[in-house]
Design a protein around this ligand. Sequence first.
Ligand code: ATP
Length: 274
Amino acid sequence: MALLEASGITVRFGGITAVDDASISAEAGTITGLIGPNGAGKTTLFNVITGLQPPTRGKVRFRGSDITKGSPNSRARAGMGRTFQRLEAFGSLSVRENVLVAREIHLGVKLIGRKQDTMVDELLERVGVARYAQQRADSVPTGTARLVEMARALAIEPKLLLLDEPSSGLDEAETEHFGQLLRALALDGTAILMVEHDMDLVMGVCDVIHVLEFGKVIASGTPAEIRADRKVQAAYLGFSDEEPVVPPIPAAHLPSESEINATTIELPAVESAS
Ligand code: ATP
């Protein structure tokens, strides 16, 4: 059994079915990506897994237990760490204090001592924000703040790390460093599940990708399988998957949103009847 198994998840908001009988899983030591066009249901499914959104139907199992009705806090105690799309750090505390507090809240005790100091310092170093340790969290650049979020999530030593749009606000070099960090965490046995729009990052670091469209999982597989999948190509490019794919996606990654918006279709010239 996988570390995390979300099975048959459906979420309805009034007449809208945001997630429709979706099943996804995440394994220890593996990076899993959850992708799909805007409005596909990624955030809603993510929220079901983190406990912010009760599902209309379906089950979430984590480490062998049914946690479908568990609160976000009980999930954190069971070993789920998460970051938010909106940055959640305490602005008036230093970067270092933010990580320490996240650990204290998790353990439910005030932590004092060299052991905790070392742990926090190593974490800041590992995530790449050590030089900002004494700065107020609200004074660091957005890219750094994202990494502080990551350090806070890691402070609870999670078995499963859930990341919502982790690369947003990161520049190219930061994103590359971030990808390396994710690989290192996976190598240490952490399971990672991330909702992400940066296809280079997703295709570069994920072992498995689930693709959502209109709330349904339309494909699950390795980056190479996902790239070659006609339903996925159709979902991103907007043509019917019944039509022949001409030309196939040539690039090493799926097109970004801006690339899709910039796509112009050359129609063949029509000869005049006269
Ligand atoms: P994006 O990539 O744009 O963040 P997404 O794939 O995360 O999109 P969701 O935010 O999960 O998609 O939304 C899926 C669908 O559910 C959308 O049609 C959205 O408008 C709808 N939806 C999401 N949350 C609610 C809500 N609280 N009430 C009503 N409809 C909602």
